[in-house]
Design a protein around this ligand. Structure first.
Ligand code: SAM
Ligand code: SF4
Ligand code: SF4
Length: 371
């Protein structure tokens, strides 16, 4: 099927500056959208670049040497990131995830983390600050990240088999370096480290059970992610998704599991624990069990465009508000206005259609918006 692929340069124009509401209002610490979902989590993309070319995210055929990544001046500066984060926090955000692209490629990231780690919610709590990485630079950077105030980290790893992993990252990157990064992260004291494994049928589904076996009885929590139709470049098809129910079935056949009762309703992962006390796994079933009803996440792209859904085709340019000299109160009021108008539920609508939604050529790429 041929699809029009959007160039990042075009994407960056898809975020028009939001209009300022006629009446400005101080943030109250809580904002609800049209479906009564509070604004609680913020994912910040620090770069659209990556040293991997995962086939499900940045296929090399599209993200090749001619691909135009964002110029440096487009990126939000650390000052701008801190400023906008404070505004989100004043509206109720208490959890921040740094992502990308590969966030550890962003120069001096530890300086940003140092400042984010000092921010507090209106009732005086430190933020829950975490980061998702492909792990390639974790061995080198874990100590500096920990010293800067990062407490948690999520590491993506799709296979323990080198040949399969290299086929997926398409950058000749070996499994051993990611495992080494994980060990260092654990040694320096980063806790509740999670491992994200995207499962793509026919590519790495044979690795489901070996991965479960390997991380059982370890300090790491393995989470299986259903392959999603995010972006417009990965050529997603429903038959490439292995449903979470099937993943549980395959693991439980060898290592019996029981479901853990839901804790936080906004958690994206369903938790299952091993009956023998060997820890637990998580399942993120964005395709087969959409969780839009509890989606409390906003995303800011590398250049400061706000997206209220991972599958959005356009966003709102917060950077231009900052660079045009708007006050915190004006930006905060614009954000309140946007969130209250939010009605996104792409995955639920997709689930309602047995053969998936018609692919859109304008969905934003995950490497740009942040996973
Ligand atoms: N580069 C970092 C990494 O890989 O961890 C952070 C950014 S990446 C976009 C964030 C997460 O999104 C990763 O765990 C990745 O596996 C996941 N991801 C990317 N494309 C996906 C897709 N099509 N379906 C499901 N998960 C995907
Ligand atoms: Fe890079 Fe992460 Fe996307 Fe893989 S999933 S290409 S590591 S941004
Ligand atoms: Fe949230 Fe959009 Fe994903 Fe639904 S599809 S869970 S609204 S990001």
């Amino acid at each position: 099927m041929s699809q029009k692929i959007i160039n990042i340069a075009n994407i960056s124009q898809q975020g028009a500056a939001p209009a300022l509401p006629p009446v400005l209002e101080e943030p109250s610490g809580s904002l609800l959208d049209m479906r009564s979902r509070p604004l609680q989590d913020l994912r910040i993309s620090l770069t659209d670049r990556c040293n991997f070319r995962c086939v499900y995210c940045m296929p090399r055929s599209i993200f090749d040497k001619d691909h135009a990544f964002l110029p440096r001046a487009s990126l939000l500066s650390f000052e701008e990131i801190i400023r906008i984060t404070k505004i989100f926090v004043a509206h109720g955000v208490s959890k921040i995830r740094l992502t990308g692209g590969e966030p550890l490629l962003r120069k001096h990231i530890e300086k940003l983390i140092e400042q984010l780690a000092q921010l507090k919610t209106p009732d005086g709590r430190l933020l829950d600050l975490t980061l998702t990485t492909n792990g390639s630079l974790l061995g080198k950077k874990a100590q500096a990240l920990k010293d800067a105030g990062l407490t948690r980290v999520t590491v993506s790893l799709d296979s323990l088999d080198d040949a399969t992993f290299k086929r997926m990252n398409d950058a000749d990157f070996p499994v051993s370096d990611v495992l080494e990064g994980l060990a260092v992260a654990h040694d320096v004291g980063l806790d509740s480290i999670k491992i994200n494994m995207v499962v793509k049928n026919g590519l790495n589904d044979q690795e489901i059970v070996p991965m479960a076996r390997y991380f059982k009885d370890s300090p790491f929590i393995l989470r299986f992610i259903e392959y999603m139709d995010v972006g417009a470049s990965n050529g997603w098809q429903m038959n490439e998704v292995i449903p979470s129910a099937e993943i549980v079935k395959r693991i439980a056949a060898e290592m019996p599991l029981e479901k853990v009762l839901a804790g936080n309703p906004s958690d994206t992962a369903e938790r299952w624990r091993y009956l023998d006390g060997g820890g637990e796994i998580g399942l993120i079933s964005s395709v087969t069990q959409a969780f839009c009803h509890s989606c409390v996440r906003a995303r800011i792209s590398t250049e400061g465009v706000l997206y209220t859904c991972l599958f959005a085709s356009s966003g709102f340019d917060l950077r231009s508000l900052m660079r045009d000299g708007k006050s915190d109160l004006e930006i905060s009021s614009a954000l309140a206005h946007l969130w209250r108008a939010r009605n996104d539920r792409y995955s639920e609508l997709r689930s309602a259609q047995t053969d998936g939604l018609a692919p859109s050529s304008r969905k934003i790429e995950m490497s740009y918006i942040g996973g």
